[in-house]
Design a protein around this ligand. Sequence first.
Ligand SMILES: [Mg+2]
Length: 422
Amino acid sequence: MSSTKRGKIMIALIDVNNFYVSCERVFNPKLWNKPVVVLSNNDGCVIARSNEAKKCGIAMGVPFFKIKDIAQKNDVLSYTANFPLYGDLSNRMMRMLQRTCEKVEIYSIDEAFLDLTLVEDDTSFCQSIHEKVLTGLSLPTSIGIGKTKTLAKIANHIAKQAQKTVFKLDDQNADFYLSTFPVDNIWGVGKNLSHTLGFHGIRTALDLKNLDPRFMRKISSVIGERIVRELNGIMCLELDDIDDAKKSVQVSRSFKEPLADKEEIYQALSRHVERLCEKLRTHNLRMKGIGIYIRSSPYKKPFIKHGQYFTLMTANNHPSYVLKNVIRPWLDDIIKDSSVLYKKVGVTAFDLTSNADIENKLFPSEVPTIQTSILKTIDALNKRFGKQTLYFCSSGIFKKTATDFSQSSQYTTDWKGLLHVS
Ligand SMILES: [Mg+2]
């Protein structure tokens, strides 16, 4: 979304309220108006809370065992995350937005920026979008409107806090609301930066708005300078400036039971690498760098963590290459002692490049190999017959692990998950 000759730019940020919980509620009306939490797949940490659960004092990120008493006392309903359902509902919402708005930038699974520049009455337009998503998908949203993405983000925050569906920051009300908005809640202002700003006496969004952008650049970066300009209504932030996550792809998961055996850990890493490469292939991407980590439980002492970053010889999305050249030697090197119990492993792809970039080169660093066509076939089969129909031997045999918490059906993506009416 760059500047336009057509007139003033106006941006909206639409965000689903308590997205994962709201998805669970779509097919299960019993959850309406009840305290509900969604837990991460293996380690059972809270990753989403309904407003009712928030009111019970349940914090984000805590492991369920730590809040068991509160949950029992308040009849909190808990579900293990059902990502196929959330992903599908997200896609449906984004398609709905794309049909309604001229320009949509998907920002996360439940957030998108909308360009309202051509819209006459932006507030009622956003109100109608809210209703469309609510009636069409049963997902409640909040929408913030502002002259820039930063202001739209802040407006969205205010809408949520005030439990309004649509809130607009305009020239009349902006300074008042910015003066009550803490600087560390601003999009792109991390912990370190808000510390530095606090040191200079800048505590609210209004303080930051009134700061000399050049001074901001001196104490932070060019991004910091742009945030100041954005608060002043000058659109200068492209999504990529803030969203570093887009430049990387990550797969990580906790084990249900801690693992000490090197081969079992290797199998877990192999599954992660397979999944990571599959994600890259879906988006026609390859990685030039990969980061790996493995750690024990942070709730037990001593806490042990190993991590390393590797640069690959060729931009890659082949699991076998990564497993043989990176994972195996690294694991052999760090796991000497089998008494350490590891709880979580993760892999992250960095320095991503598109397949097209590589194919357009005069001397591609990698010629298409038989591996590439095998992977294409595996992807096609898994797409047609379901995830993990075919997978690498090195990933071990998949066991469907039973969790302590129930998981809702995949109502929209699996025939077996279809809702039964009796
Ligand atoms: Mg949300």
